[in-house]
Design a protein around this ligand. Structure first.
Ligand SMILES: Nc1nc2c(ncn2[C@@H]2O[C@H](COP(=O)(O)OP(=O)(O)O)[C@@H](O)[C@H]2O)c(=O)[nH]1
Ligand SMILES: [Mg+2]
Ligand SMILES: [Zn+2]
Length: 286
């Protein structure tokens, strides 16, 4: 649940155990991180210890988190306007890391967000549309997050803190901060923690800064197509087996795009990401 100063706080049933890690973890360079499923020993006297880390389904470096189920990507209708390239990089990075991307469209009271929402629904991604007072939508999102470990991300000002306060009132996060750095400054040490309420586990990263996948994550050109869920039905149906779905003749993805089955902004993001990585050598990844 939490890692601070060499101690690990491990939840087992309803008890939290303060544990040290076995020295062997340090030698192997794979110490436990928040979100890990672990085996611990609980002696009659002395320190509890993390004995074993179970296999991870994913792991982020910054913040150090493991086993994230859901990446909640918050974007607002206005103030700031959605940046589709960034949003789509996040959804792709989530899929590439075995996380389920979810889109929250905020500020529907300022401008209707149906068009943005439709782009992602059409892409097979769950969408929630929030505005102050839209308690039903917040409840639906809470229901979706129950039993899962989630992390929140999105540009500064989109309403992450506002949303988290709506979902988890006891967090009492400050909202309307100009810079995420302000929030970070309040923490003197870098604590990473999972916050649990109603069976939802949310990554409380320092100052609730965003989980920034896209800056550290590049997806190679062969894998990229699989990170856009709406392409799936058409993959393998192109005229050329090596089709990159950019401008090729007989491309089933481009045909779906023309027929309106794939959103133009999504394909545009795919092309932009493809262009970024197409000339990179394998050693330039990670
Ligand atoms: N009208 C409106 N304002 C919102 C909504 N969500 C957030 N805000 C405002 O947008 C500003 C930024 O919100 P905040 O939660 O701090 O964004 P964060 O930077 O992503 O954490 C604040 O002034 C909020 O009051 C919303 O759904 N509707
Ligand atoms: Mg905030
Ligand atoms: Zn194709």
């Amino acid at each position: 649940m939490k890692s601070i100063g060499g101690f690990y706080y491990v939840r087992c049933e309803n008890t939290e155990y303060e544990c040290k890690a076995r020295g062997s973890f340090r030698k192997s360079g794979s110490s436990p991180v928040v979100g890990d499923r672990v085996k611990i020993s609980v002696p009659d006297d002395g320190f509890c210890a993390v004995e074993e880390i179970l296999p991870r389904k994913n792991k982020l470096k910054r913040p150090a988190l493991a086993n994230i189920d859901v990446l909640v990507i918050v974007c607002s209708t206005v103030d700031p306007k959605p940046n589709f390239t960034i949003i789509d990089k996040m959804t792709a990075a989530a899929v590439n890391n075995a996380m389920t991307p979810v889109i929250v469209v905020s500020k529907n009271d300022l401008q209707n967000g149906d068009e943005v929402a439709e782009i992602y629904r059409k892409s097979g991604i769950a969408v929630f549309q929030c505005a102050p007072g839209s308690a039903d939508e917040a409840q639906a999102l809470l229901g979706y997050l129950r039993g899962k470990v989630s992390a929140f991300t999105g540009n500064s000002g989109v309403g992450k803190s506002t949303l988290l306060n709506m979902l988890f009132p006891e967090l009492e996060l400050q909202t309307g901060q100009i810079s995420e750095k302000l929030g970070r400054g309040r923490h003197t040490t870098r604590v990473v923690e999972l916050f649990e309420q109603n069976g939802c586990y949310v990554a409380d990263t320092p100052g609730f800064s965003t989980v920034d996948l896209q800056r550290y994550e590049m997806i190679d050109k062969e894998r990229l197509q699989y990170c856009f869920p709406e392409f799936e039905d058409y993959l393998g149906q192109c005229q050329f087996t090596s089709c990159a779905h950019i401008c090729e003749k007989g491309c089933a993805v481009l045909e779906a795009l023309r027929e309106g089955k794939i959103a133009p902004t999504r394909h545009k993001s795919y092309v932009a990401m493809y262009e970024e990585v197409k000339d990179l050598k394998p050693w330039q990844f990670k």
